[in-house]
Every structure is written in structure tokens, then in C-alpha cells.
Write a protein that binds this ligand. Structure first.
Ligand SMILES: *Cc1c(COP(=O)(O)O)cnc(C)c1O
Ligand code: SF4
Length: 393
């Protein structure tokens, strides 16, 4: 089957009609049933500035409109329904509503802290950093923009959209590099592409790069607009044997009945489903929330994969946690909730260092060669069976 690669701005047409489609009053929003129309129609109803939301939320912060030159706002009506009407500290509002402090960039905050631009290959949008795997950015648009996004330098800006030539060069790069066994489609949000565009990319990778054994998609759309998961999308995931879909859920409030239902549909394709969360101050940096999140995910068949410390990006400081806090949160999970519900905590090093696990030291060797272990309850015990002197006897 031959598919051509199309330009990736699925929202352009929608803009013409948006004015009549935004649900401006609480009554209209409450009456809205997201399953009554297609996902692309629902995208046309997205709120685009904080002012658009004043009819449905109270205590909306009056930010300077100039914020949107740096980073756009979009909020799906589905997420608007999940937002607490009165509480500006609602975990959904904290993730998606712009706030004035985000323009106070700290000196250490840089646009491309992970140095991804540096690792982009041959004028494409493929970031090839690790030996056997590559990250392929296939669009710079998302369903809803997260204020803490690590890629806000690219994401949401129409002028930096991934163009057809970059996509074609990306496919060529993947084809030419047989050491790449694992390709991860990311963005932006790959599921914001329509089915034809997505199928175009997947089919070319599958046809031209047989060395890629493991194909993954990272998307936050299932949590921002679960109706994106359709039988048609599932058929594509199955046809091109996408082995893993990583979603991005940060708070148990995002695990709604509709989300769980569509995840169940997606699981029937046989793909693995993982979750990548970001630890965010004021959103999920407390033990009860994280336990509920991780258990809620495994309950719907999603394996918590990574839990990132919030990346350095311009204006992200308000979300960041100290290492000490992150280690305490990890200790409160391991042993206390089901093993498969415990994600790997990671920090993605600035300057392109790559991902590194943040794990408390449960078992350690002292200078004298003794090995001591601390269990999840804090009980300390020597582990003679692991010591060199025991084993060398
Ligand atoms: C995260 C990432 C990957 C995938 O890493 P895994 O640890 O295999 O999930 C690949 N390339 C880049 C550039 C990444 O940032
Ligand atoms: S969905 Fe992902 S890429 Fe898009 S704004 Fe959120 S964090 Fe950034």
C-alpha cells in the first residue's frame, strides 16, 4: 500500500468555525456529551485563551495575552468538564491554565534544556541519542498544551511545525540506520494527526525499516480527549503492530470512566500500554495522590512506566521538586502499593545527558565490605549472602 506523507496541521480548517463551537456557558458545557460527536469536532470546541473560559470557571487568573506568543493555550471541552469550577488549585487547572509567573524565566531555564535540537539528524525531526532507538517528532501540535511542557520551544508554534520535508528526511534516516531497533513517535502529539497521516508514517516505517522491531507511540490525547481512541485507530495500531502506546496521566482525576473504556478498547489490539507521568508540585507531589494514580492506572491495564522529574524549560520552576522530596515519594510507593504499579523515577539530564533513574539506595556496601539493606518500613539488616568475603570463601 502506498501512502504519501501529508502536512501535519490538522487544526487549520477547524479555526474557521471555532467561534460558533466553543461552549461558553457552564450550562452549555455541562450539557455537552463528548461521545456524541467525533474527536475532530470536539477539537474545534477547544478554548484558546483564559478569557474564553471565564464563562465556565471562576477565579481565572488574568494573564497577559503576550503569554500566548511564547506558548499557546488550548483546552478540550472534555478537560474543561474535569476542571473544578471554583478551585484554581484543581490539579487539572494547574496543569493546563496559564499563569503569569510562567514568564519569569530563571537564568538556568533554557528553551532546549535536553539539547534535542543538537541531536536531530540530517535536517529531519529524528532525535537519535541512544544507540538502538530514536525519537521521531511527527507534529508540534497537541490536543491541549501542558504549561510544564519540556518541548514548549517547538510545541504549539505553527511556524516550527514539522514539515513534509522533515518527515520525509526522518523516514529516510530511519531506513538508512539499521542500528535503530526501536522507534518512538512523539511530538507534539502523534495522535493529533488524522488516521490517514498516521497510517502514512507507520506504513512507510514498517515497509522501509524492517530493522525497527519495536514501534512505540507517545500520546497525551487519550487523557485529553479519550474519543480519539476509535475502532479505526485501533485497527491501524494493530495493522502496523505498534507494540507500545505510552499515555501521559498525572493525576487520578484524569482516570475517568470514558478514559478507562477507551483504554480497554485500545488494549484489545494487543499493544502494551504504559504511562509516563511528570512529578509536579501542587498537582501530584503527595503520597496519597501518587498511590491513587499508580493503582488507578494498573486497574485499567496501564503499566506506570516512567515518572519524570519536571524538565527544565522556560518558566517551569513553579512545578519543580527537590531530589529529597522525589526520593521520599518513591519510598512511599515501593512496598506500599503493588509492584507493577511502581514506575521508574527518572531525571532527563540537561544538555542531552539522557535519562537517569532516581532510586533510593535500599541496599548498599560500606567501605569495610559489609552490605546493609533497608526495607520499605525502614528496618535495617546486614546481607551477608551478598558480601564478597562470604562468596569468596
Ligand atoms: C526518552 C527517549 C527515548 C526512549 O527512552 P527509553 O528509556 O527507551 O524509553 C529515546 N530517545 C530520546 C531522545 C529520548 O528522550
Ligand atoms: S502533550 Fe506532551 S508535548 Fe504536548 S504540551 Fe503536553 S507535555 Fe508537551
Amino acid at each position: 500500500m502506498a501512502f504519501s506523507i501529508e502536512a501535519t496541521d490538522p487544526c487549520k480548517k477547524a479555526d474557521l468555525t471555532r467561534l460558533s463551537k466553543i461552549l461558553r456557558t457552564r450550562e452549555e458545557l455541562d450539557a455537552f456529551d463528548v461521545t456524541s460527536e467525533g474527536w475532530q469536532q470536539a477539537l474545534q470546541r477547544r478554548y484558546r485563551t483564559h478569557k474564553d473560559m471565564k464563562g465556565i470557571l471562576n477565579h481565572v487568573e488574568d494573564v497577559d495575552m503576550a503569554i500566548y506568543h511564547h506558548f499557546d493555550m488550548r483546552v478540550t471541552p472534555y478537560l474543561a468538564q474535569l476542571m473544578d469550577r471554583d478551585d484554581p488549585n484543581c490539579p487539572i487547572r494547574k496543569q493546563y491554565m496559564p499563569f503569569q509567573r510562567e514568564v519569569n524565566v530563571r537564568p538556568y531555564e533554557v528553551a532546549d534544556s535536553l539539547a534535542e535540537d543538537h541531536d536531530m539528524q540530517d535536517g529531519s525531526s529524528v532525535v537519535h541519542r541512544y544507540p538502538n532507538r530514536a525519537l521521531f517528532l511527527v507534529t508540534t501540535s497537541c490536543g491541549t498544551y501542558c504549561r510544564f511542557c519540556t518541548r514548549k520551544r517547538l510545541v504549539s508554534h505553527g511556524e516550527s511545525a514539522v514539515n513534509k520535508q522533515q518527515l520525509e528526511r526522518g523516514i529516510s534516516y530511519l531506513k538508512a540506520h539499521s542500528e535503530i531497533e526501536d522507534c518512538l513517535l512523539s511530538g507534539g502529539d502523534p495522535l493529533l494527526l488524522n488516521d490517514r497521516q498516521l497510517e502514512g508514517i507507520l506504513s512507510q516505517i514498517r515497509a522501509g525499516a524492517p530493522h525497527i522491531k519495536f514501534l512505540r507511540i507517545g500520546s497525551r490525547l487519550p487523557a485529553q480527549l479519550p474519543t480519539r481512541i476509535t475502532p479505526e485507530l485501533c485497527a491501524i495500531i494493530e495493522r502496523y503492530e505498534v507494540q507500545m502506546v505510552n499515555v501521559h496521566v498525572n493525576h487520578p482525576k484524569e482516570i475517568t470512566p470514558l478514559f478507562a473504556e477507551r483504554i480497554k478498547m485500545l488494549r484489545k489490539t494487543g499493544t502494551m500500554i504504559g504511562n509516563q507521568s511528570v512529578l509536579l508540585k501542587g498537582v501530584n507531589d503527595d503520597v496519597a495522590t501518587l498511590r491513587d494514580l499508580c493503582m488507578g492506572l494498573v486497574t485499567c491495564g496501564i503499566r506506570p512506566y516512567y515518572c519524570y522529574s519536571c524538565d527544565v524549560a522556560e518558566g517551569n520552576h513553579d512545578y519543580q521538586l527537590t531530589l529529597d522530596r522525589i526520593l521520599k515519594l518513591y519510598r512511599a510507593l515501593r512496598g506500599f502499593i503493588s509492584g507493577p504499579a511502581v514506575p521508574t523515577f527518572v531525571v532527563d539530564g540537561t544538555g542531552g545527558l539522557g535519562k537517569m533513574p532516581i532510586i533510593p539506595e535500599y541496599v548498599r556496601e560500606l567501605a569495610n565490605g559489609e552490605i546493609w539493606a533497608t526495607n520499605f518500613k525502614g528496618k535495617v539488616q546486614r546481607m551477608i549472602n551478598l558480601e564478597a568475603r562470604t562468596l569468596e570463601q
